[in-house]
Design a protein around this ligand. Structure first.
Ligand SMILES: Nc1ncnc2c1ncn2[C@@H]1O[C@H](COP(=O)(O)OP(=O)(O)O)[C@@H](O)[C@H]1O
Ligand SMILES: [Mg+2]
Length: 138
């Protein structure tokens, strides 16, 4: 069973934020992925998707299944992250008041992604964009 799907994520539109992670979750259910892995992948894809919507200028989420792993990649075009260790700190957020009033921007997304993935890597270039790779051992 080898799968590699790519889902575009548009910037700014909170009304569809979460749709991509919901689709990926349905796909995992269909495939019978164990529920603990499914739960962790879902947390990570949701947080990555929300970050694309609220912090980037748009990007994509790639969902891959190999014989050993599920791999989720998030890539975007956007402002990038000047200080990754700050961004990885629980509660640290640059989200606008508008975004916070909608219930987002608690500053827990990146720390939760790192905690829930078996492997987590993030690379970001200011003025260019951000790439995240998360691996889950099946
Ligand atoms: N894709 C991204 N592009 C630019 N900045 C980002 C991106 N993802 C995260 N960040 C930065 O890292 C901070 C922390 O992210 P996160 O932990 O998800 O918290 P939150 O999204 O609630 O602010 C964000 O406030 C933002 O400054
Ligand atoms: Mg976030």
């Amino acid at each position: 069973m080898m799968i590699k799907d790519t889902y575009p994520v548009a910037a700014g539109d909170m009304t569809v934020a979460g749709d991509v992670s919901a689709r990926i979750k349905r796909q995992m259910k269909r495939l019978g992925i164990p529920s603990d892995i499914m739960r962790r992948v879902s947390v990570c894809t949701y947080e990555a998707e929300i970050n694309l919507v609220i912090h980037s200028m748009g990007g994509e989420i790639e969902f891959e299944i190999t014989a050993e792993d599920i791999i989720v990649r998030s890539r975007d075009v956007g402002p990038g992250i000047p200080d990754i260790s700050k961004a990885m700190t629980e509660g640290w957020s640059t989200a606008s008041n508008e975004v916070r009033n909608m219930g987002f921007g608690a500053g827990m997304g990146l720390p939760n992604m790192k905690r829930n993935a078996d492997e987590f890597s993030i690379e970001s270039t200011v003025g260019v964009g951000t790439n995240i790779v998360m691996t889950f051992h099946i």
